[in-house]
Design a protein around this ligand. Sequence first.
Ligand code: BES
Ligand code: ZN
Length: 636
Amino acid sequence: MPSRRVAATLAAALLLTPACSSQEEPPPPPASPVMPPDLHSAARPMEVRVTHMELDWKVLFDQQSLAGTVTLHLERGPDWTGQPLRLDSRDLEIRGAQAGLARGVLAPTTWRAGEADPILGTPILVDLPEGADRVRLAYRTRPEATGLQWLAPEQTAGGRHPFLYSQAQAIHARSFVPCQDTPGMRITFDAVLRVDPPLRAVMAAAPAPAAGGDGPGVFRFRMEHPVPTYLLALAAGDLTFGETGPRTGVWSEPPLLTRSVSEFADMEPMLQAAERLYGPYRWGRYDLLVLPPFFPFGGMENPTLTFLTPTVLAGDRSLVALVAHELAHSWSGNLVTNATWSDFWLNEGFTTYIQQRIMEEVYGPEVAEMHWVLGRRDLDQELAAKADAPGDQVLHIDLSGRDPDDGMNDIPYEKGALFLRLLEETYGRETFDGFLRRWFNAHAFTSVTTGQFRAYLEENLLAAHQPLPGRQAPGLDDWLEQPGLPASAPSFTSAALARVDAALAAWVQGATPAARLDTAGWTTQHWLHFLDGLPGSLTPAQMAELDAAFSFTGTGNAEVLDRWLVLAIRHGHAAADRRLEEFLTSQGRRKFLTPLYEELMKTPEGASRARRLYRWARPRYHAIARRTLDAIVGQP
Ligand code: BES
Ligand code: ZN
């Protein structure tokens, strides 16, 4: 049993929700001290929880290591009876542990590694002397840390300096800091990063003032809002900054800055649109960091500083839905967080829905509707691909024994977004927008489960409002706990894309040659719909005709190029061979690499080409992309 004093401190701390003066709504209630079990963490927050971290890191490019200390500030939970603090770790070299007693004295304490697990890593158990309120671990990361990518100068835009960045979601923070690596827990932090000048370090946090004695190459940061560990993020390299608005801007290597600032000129209007819809942006600044091309994702919503692939630099702002997406996470995900990775759809489904709402505000309903159509097609394809894995079609997914990275596919994103769109259509936009605003305010800076959302939804929307005439309340079990797509799922029509369908039909039937199709005013989304709609069999002559008319092989738009190259492999369009090899070896976005390698592996000649390219490129790809591609191409 916890002592009364410990219980009182815990209760007081839980009441200390962050102040937010600009909120019209009442402050959120205290977080529930009851934690849902998280399969993917060794932490036992009901015994002891980490509330704050002090990070002190030196970036050692020559050893591919972050070396330093973390000081974890602790609070006893209701189940504490003297157990050790249990932390998650993977591939860390722990060099020593100290426990801090009141008034700042640190003394050595004992620790041991628990049993290693191939997915979860190795728990670290640190003994806590009576009264210890802090633990400090000295440690260093290994070059193979899955949460860090160390890039050689040749892999950067500038070509002269090395580059380091982190990617912590889902459970990779533990590979660069021993921590309670569960999205159900939140911490604030202070950090210092030491790099050799002229390199610069950035973090997803606010810059903090220099301390006395800080020379060049010392960068300090502070995160005053409690965040889950998967949102810890850092980068170091030759970085410069350009403004896009009073609260927004872009970090990138110098050669990419001008292009980046112009590509992302709409960040400020997007931020304003999101605030009109869902209430004040609570994180201060919103900046982007354009990474080198081997970043395995499109974007990562690290708070105050979204990490972004440079493959969105299309030159015409046509791929900025990705920025709307990562910005939307400032509400869905970063402010209100999935408590476990089984609740991932609460992050991504909400965010995909909000992304569309932001796109509609900034670019108009026709553009948003095109995105809905494309998203629905992706979902239908994903459901078909997972026909024999019904469990994976469920929003509230069971990830027992699995790596949470495996839950990342179109189902949580697109099925989740469709569910929210259905709620909007059923209860009306105004009612649903108000409901979402209240949901975010009532749960700000806390982590929530699918069950909590369901209960809140039943009470505050389904029981409190009537469906619009001709509408019915959706079956929550069907949407949240069952595979497939309920019959009530919204479907979409887009007049803009109907024009594309008409052009496609005219070409397929031989009525109009490709060069004479009326494609005036087509945007990237039109072209993606065009490529997705091509028939399953095309002759080499037809491929050549399309390429001659529309220069797909030469396009600078990575989304269009990726789809085209899949078709080029499938239909034997050898003119695209060189471009394919260049694309596979010059960028590492997993979403682009996966379909290309999969397509190559379908024939013996393709497979030997895939293996040859992969052998060369694999060491340059990120660990997360390697894990996916090893399963497709085989480990060299
Ligand atoms: N948070 C995700 C990226 C992520 C998810 C990383 C799970 C690791 C595990 C991010 O917000 C995201 O969804 N990125 C998408 C882009 C989006 C427009 C669909 C991506 O990278 O493709
Ligand atoms: Zn996302």
